[in-house]
Design a protein around this ligand. Sequence first.
Ligand code: ATP
Length: 795
Amino acid sequence: MFSQGGSQRPQRPGTAFSRPSTARPPTRMSNTTVYREGEYGGNFVIAVIEGRGVAREVGIAALDRDTGRTVLLQVADCQTYVKTLHHISLHQPTTLLVLDTALSDRTTGRYGTGGGGPSLLVQALQDEFPGAAIEPVARKYWNENAGRDFIKQLIVEDEECPATLVAVHEKYFALSAACALFKYMESRRNAIFAIHSLRIQYIPVEGTMLIDADSARNLELINNLTHKKSNHSLFGILNDCFTPMAARILRANILAPVTNLNAINQRLDAVQELTDMEDRFTSIKESLRGLKGVDLDKLITALIVSEARPTTNVKIAEQRVGQMLTLRTAVRALKAVREALGGCRSDLLKAVERLINDDRIDQLDSLIAEALNEDAGIAKNGVHNKNMKVYAVKANYNRLLDVARETYKEDITEVYALHQRISEEHDMPLDLQWTENGFHFTVKKDEAPNGRLPKGFVDVNAKGPKWMCSTMELKKWNARVKDALNETMLISDQIIQDVLAEVIEYVAVLWKASEAIALLDMLWAFANASIIRPEFTSTLAIKAGRHPILEVVQPPGMLVANDVYCSDGTSFQLVQGPNMSGKSTYIRQVALLVIMAMIGCFIPAEYASFRLHDALLTRLSNDDDAERNLSTFAQEMATSAMILGMATENSLILVDELGRGTSPHEGIGICHALAEEMIQSKAFVFFTTHFNDLGATLGKHPTVTSLHLEVNTTRQTTSTGFNMVFQHKIRDGPMEEQNHYGLELAKLADLPDGLLATSARMAEHLAERERVRRAKSEGGKINTRRKLLIKVNTL
Ligand SMILES: Nc1ncnc2c1ncn2[C@@H]1O[C@H](COP(=O)(O)OP(=O)(O)OP(=O)(O)O)[C@@H](O)[C@H]1O
């Protein structure tokens, strides 16, 4: 397995590991003296890292020092790190490795922003695993590329190996954690692992459905594949959320839908209540509108950071005033949300209400109200926004502030008077505009006398049909306005900082509220998109289901609804049909609807019943990965290995047109073999193919069901002599004998007549050869059977 300082040392990726300067982190739980290794029966060293991005992604790498078993996982988590803690607890850690900066940051679950004390993640780890030692590892050792190299070098080359390598490929946080883990073991524990000696597994996250990165991309879960900025993705069409926190949990949920039936049903109950009770739906919508665009998570972090760094910098002072105004708006909106939730019936809405129904929110409101003007809030950009900040603090609160504001007001009045005077003087319609640099004039070029700006204007810039300009006098007043503004902000900030010192006491309730709002906002978005409540049984049955993204894209009335029926007895669904008939759309629709149901959303269908799936594993036809530089065929095989390695009887597998990258005979052979493995797994499989023979070769398996997409063809109705109407309608049974749909489709593409004729001749020739071959082999079989019969009879 591994040796202590052994000689079979693999070439290590990255640089040598050096001890961080602080050998023992200054945390209350760095108590190796109290803890005895192996106390819980496990002996895991676990590296944990949290992503910096919007989604709270956590990468975990856990190594059992007794057995060398290594487990990697990546989880999209929430503020309380429930999932992270759950997964770590499965492995009974003796040592937890964290980023060194996360140990010295008191902010909010985000590391690297300075301050004292550990991050929220580290605090959660300390609370949950008081017996484990928490060790810092320097940032440079959390390196995903080096992590990937470590895994490739150390993993045992068994049948699970390809599955692990594919599954972990884009799990950057899990890879970073793996790097820190192995570096730590090598340097601090002097454990040198032999090449290919460790059983390393990527574990589908329990409690959530595993969706690998390729599947998420190809199913357009978060982004549209063709147009980066288009919102035609599952996330795009469901994201009617008002707040960024809700959008984040929506994203995390789509990428890792929950598999806990109770949790899903609670969500569905909440969505049902919102859809059934229009008044509640509307009042919650109105209350959430007050939080539109407010990122409570970021705001709380900013407040904590601001409080930790008192400064006299004008810019920071102004930011702080702005933050306090946003906080006031948010707190009032929270009270409105609480009111809108009053009397709610479903468990989840009640839970949300309980989280917000906290006296401390009212206390916070009163605290802010002591210093801030009653009508001070947030305004869009422009001078109005500045004025909000200038007049944020109440009048008569501070005499110097009142004087500074009076000066500001007088200076602004002078600017307006100047604007009017210059307009009249030149008889020219001038606009007065505000930017961060102060006031300036704008004038339409064709409204200036003789199409030219009169003398006296400075800093002239042409901007489309307008000029932007100033005058020396305006510049002088701008300077005065700026001085008054700065003074106002600095004095206001001193007052705000005093309030902030008290606000910080309420951070815990704000975090809770943020989490509650995120959930409520997401559920409201679900209710807004709702059609039919799904139920959960052992069967996947959808009546008249519609592709949720195509529904938005297609002109009204064009989308064809389709049924799905997949049960233990019909778990392998072989979908056939000519090009363009709608095979891919059909199987993708199944996956999208499953995800919608499992995140607690209603479904675009007439009826829907789903089964819970532990993993969604796909090989879809547009996922050729140029970056990884694998040929289509190699890519197909790598993904197929991953699917086979991961599939359980609870998985959902989609395979679209496998075997394109090799010769037809090999293609059929490989498809057949892989399909058989998938049939054995008992997973629900949707398998599209253009190999008609596959229906026959797989037919002996009782769980295989053949379906086809209906196409109507009529002859002599168009200039091409052929008309194909794609019904996009799924029908039972295998596809009828090929009618050279491909050739007919090619005709529609205006290919030269000669080329089409050659193609037709060649296709006919090959078909004839195939007929002869089959006839011969049938004859052969009959002869063999006869010989056998004769033999049996003569015995
Ligand atoms: N149910 C449907 N309702 C309306 N349009 C559909 C439906 N299904 C598919 N289409 C449209 O038909 C076109 C072809 O669909 P799709 O790519 O799914 O076909 P396919 O059989 O997988 O084709 P190929 O074999 O060439 O990959 C797409 O433009 C799609 O928008």
